[in-house]
Design a protein around this ligand. Sequence first.
Ligand code: CMX
Length: 433
Amino acid sequence: MALKEKLFEKIEGWRPRTTKLLKEYGDVKVGEVTIAQAIGGVRGVRCLTTDISYLDPMEGIRFRGYTIPETLEALPKVPGSEMPYVEGFFYLLLTGDIPTEEESADVAAEFKKRSKVPGYVLDVLRAMPEDSHPMAMISAAVVAMQKESEFVKKYNAGISKMDYWDPTYEDAMNLLAKLPEIAANIYRLKYKNGELIAADPNLDFGGNFAHMMGIDKPYDEISRLYFLLHSDHESGNASAHTGHLVSSTLSDMYYSISGMIDALAGPLHGLANQEVLAWIQGVMKKMGGKIPNEEEMKKFVWDTLNSGQVIPGFGHAVLRKTDPRYQAQREFCLKHLPDDPIFKFVDGLYKVVPPILEKQGKAKNPWPNVDAQSGVIQWYYGLKEYDFYTVLFAVGRALGVCANIVWDRALGYPIERPKSLTTAMLEDVAGIK
Ligand code: CMX
């Protein structure tokens, strides 16, 4: 069944569940909030709802109930490729169903129809200072397209609340279809003398992105894997939550995804993937280009910690085990680039860092996250400009956040507005005189 039709069927089936929970069980308690949580970044407070993915602290992410290996196994593959269509994966995120080959191809055709990037986006990108960060560029490119929003047009014409999901879905499809070209253009503008490569209408989302980047096979495979792995991590992480929060005001998809990108650009979140490579390069420079041995690595890790910095690519707010997104990329490396020196370095860190973080006794999770491994693969296949890495994360994350926002509208989630307390009020709650 075509994506939009299937989505509507799912929405109609889902709405009574949300309405029943709200109307009949609205007073049932989900949990309590401690002072540590009110001060400490709302960590662990269960106060959001999403059905697109769920993050178990020990097991890691499941997309619509499927683990990463199950997702990769179940989805229809691009012909001649080991990896699934990103387009089919978006079908899964939106509907919860594994698409058939035909349904996957339908979404690919829909994206193709909507993929032409307006000329003014390039003008905006070209007008930005040469030393603009690629994340600032993609955020600006997305928000520049805000005037295209179908939601805004329909809202201004007086659409019913029950139908908000429809133009929101249109905005999601229109925006996602353009992201590979926008991202590749940013790369070519910034690092390849502005020599852009035209899209190939015969290629899928991941394949076309690799083509427009100007990087040979198997970079198309990495792109598909990368976009899928980075898509969603339930809705409390900073980028997904920002997208949700912005859209909860009925701001459209363009504003929401631009905000999502801005949150992802912080070094404690998506930017950690560039930080990992920068850190490794820094160490190698100090070693005169040589890969440090285990003892030397331990010293660099302690030096970094003792200078008050975090070890990028390690730790997580929810996970308490090695991130399966790290594992999936590690398996790719073991298969395709087992002897690469940077991979060996990162693999060495996998042995060295967790016991040190445990000994230091601060990080609740000493294990590597998705960002520890992702730069290695990019570097190996020729993408050495590591301040571009988070843009790849952003294209992937947009898939999950767009799916979430369409469902937020479908289920009528209200404007988000947690309650603040003052320090004095917390002291009162604590019984401090
Ligand atoms: N290196 C050194 N110290 C770390 C650490 C790391 N990798 N991870 C956590 N800690 C420290 C924290 O800074 C904190 O120290 P203070 O008490 O001095 O403030 C303490 O351990 C407790 O933190 P936590 O509860 O374990 O972790 P948080 O939920 O507060 O933060 C995260 C999670 C990811 C921001 C943190 O682990 C970190 O900074 N990691 C390095 C950056 C990184 O890889 N980010 C990417 C995460 C994945 C993503 O979103 O892309």
